[in-house]
Ligand binder design. Structure first.
Ligand code: BES
Ligand code: MN
Ligand code: ZN
Length: 505
């Protein structure tokens, strides 16, 4: 396999633009931009920028691009990419992030290895957020979809990124952005791995190694330990496979935690989902190698939390197994007993995610978490409801859901709240067990959340369904095809922002 990402050196600088020696200057431009503070840029381009604007070839509309030389005397850079941002007053951090990714990708396509991005101020994005977003975007560009081709040259990597700021060089924002994007790239790489490479044991081993390097405490529970804990739902799913399950437990325990709260993060780690005995159709089944994206998000958010020294204790839990139709597999109609003691009638073995998450959420509570978030590629119904760019949020109380939603907004992982009224509980009624594991097609994403709620105790809890957002079907100028790394930055931003939510209950 080729190296799939590389984290460039990123620095913030206040040097004059003309002294920036990068291979490519990336210049974000607003609509009707008078280039305030950077007026000699047009002259540096030999007037090509102004001429393009004049003849209507470039208007600064969102993600529009113009490539020009820099010919001005005394300018170190020789090339510029002008990237449109639309109206100045409406610019968001996510648009800055994407503009930076466009800059990074164009540079790599042209075989450049360094870029300098101008941070231009806009009213709706605080300067430090802008620097962070530009950094993230540039680092996210230094990623390739996993390739096992024996004759494939990846585009060259960016080695160096400079963020040119007008005020003070904000090293903290750069560090945040660099770490958050790097951890997103790690998650993308894991989710893109095929199921025969990333088995549950391999996932657990890689998770443990990455976590130890980040100074997290790591424990990997094997099938024996899982049996001792009586995790009947996790074991039920694992029965159909020759690969044994694992439960990865990661702990971040800062010496001086600013708060008593403990954030619990639980991520679905199905390394391949065939559906089990309720087997899936062949078309697109290959995509089910990404069914561990929630687990990858938890792992990589924990890495970021440790590297950025979030002010709150965090516990990350990743139940991981295959969902296979082997000779000992669980069957429709089977009854499973969860570690918590509640019984479940399995009506569809393809609704396996909620089963492994339920036992893992119980374990998180047993370890003393005070606030819970789970993340999973859980239901096709969520994709139908919200499409491919917005994750579904479920949970209670509303204040906790809102905290997670805002974290996702900062992260550029869009999400939206869905209802969880008590009426929906009827969907899971079983004749012979406490409840079933499926609620039928209507409201399918909601009944899945209702199932999980049974295992959240009375903690503040949010479930994030990333079935639609974990995988990009097509490449965009600002995003490669394949695994997106959704959720990593959301969960990390949430932990970093503990000051504002520790009182929620
Ligand atoms: N991993 C799938 C959900 C999924 C579907 C993710 C499509 C990404 C794209 C999950 O395990 C599943 O199979 N869910 C079933 C539940 C149903 C049987 C109640 C589904 O959504 O069809
Ligand atoms: Mn499934
Ligand atoms: Zn699944």
């Amino acid at each position: 396999m080729h190296t799939v990402y590389k984290t460039p050196a990123v620095t913030a600088t206040t040097r004059p633009t003309r002294d920036l020696g990068a291979d490519l200057l990336v210049i974000p431009v607003f609509e009707n931009d008078d280039l305030k503070g950077e007026r000699d840029l047009d002259r540096a381009s030999g007037g090509e920028y102004g001429a393009a604007v004049k003849r209507g070839a470039f208007a600064g509309s969102l993600y529009e691009q113009l490539f020009t030389p820099i010919s001005g005397d005394g300018w170190k850079a020789r090339r510029a990419l002008w990237v449109g941002l639309g109206p100045r007053r409406e610019v968001t951090a996510e648009q800055l992030r994407r503009a930076a990714t466009i800059g990074g990708l164009v540079a790599r396509q042209r075989r450049f290895s360094s870029i300098a991005i101008l941070a231009r101020s806009s009213p709706a994005v605080p300067d430090s957020r802008a620097v962070q977003a530009l950094t993230e975007g540039a680092v996210l560009a230094n990623y390739e979809g996993t390739s096992y081709k024996t004759s494939d040259e990846p585009m060259p990597w960016l080695d160096r990124v400079e963020i040119r700021v007008a005020g003070t060089a904000d090293g903290v924002a750069v560090e945040r952005g660099r770490v958050l994007a790097e951890c997103t790239n790690v998650a993308r790489a894991l989710s893109n791995e095929p199921g025969n490479v990333l088995t549950p044991r391999e996932f657990a081993e890689r998770a443990a190694k990455l976590a130890r390097n980040a100074d997290l405490k790591v424990e990997v529970l094997d099938e024996k330990k899982i049996a001792q804990l009586k995790m009947g739902m996790l074991m039920g799913v694992a029965r159909g496979s020759n690969e044994p399950p694992r439960l990865v437990v990661l702990r971040y325990e800062p010496k001086r935690a600013a708060h008593k709260a403990v954030l619990g993060l639980v991520g679905k780690g199905i390394t391949f989902d065939t559906g089990g005995i309720s087997i899936k159709p062949a078309d697109n089944m290959d995509k089910m190698k990404d069914d561990m994206s929630g687990g990858a998000a938890v792992l990589c958010a924990m890495l970021a939390v440790a590297k950025l020294r979030a002010p709150v204790r965090c516990i990350g839990i990743i139940p991981t197994t295959e969902n296979m139709p082997g000779g000992r597999a669980m069957k429709p109609g089977d009854i499973l007993t969860s570690a918590e003691g509640k019984t479940v009638e399995v009506l569809n073995t393809d609704a396996e995610g909620r089963l492994i998450l339920g036992d893992a959420m119980w374990y998180a509570r047993k370890l003393g978490v005070t606030h819970l978030v789970d993340i999973a590629t859980l239901t096709g119904a969520c994709v139908v409801a919200l499409g491919k760019t917005t994750s579904g949020l479920f949970g209670r109380p509303a204040a906790w859901v809102e905290q997670v939603r805002r974290a996702s907004e900062r992260a550029g992982d869009r999400s939206w709240p869905m209802p969880l009224f008590d009426d929906y509980k009827d969907l899971l009624r079983s004749e012979i067990a406490d409840f079933t594991n499926t609620g039928g097609r209507p409201g399918g994403a909601i009944s899945a959340a209702v199932f999980l709620k049974e295992f959240a105790g009375d903690l503040p809890w949010v479930h994030m369904d990333i079935a639609g957002t974990a995988w990009a079907e097509e490449a965009k100028p600002y995003q490669p095809k394949g695994a997106t790394g959704v959720g990593v930055r959301t969960l990390a931003e949430l932990a970093l922002d503990a000051d504002s939510w520790v009182k929620v209950r």
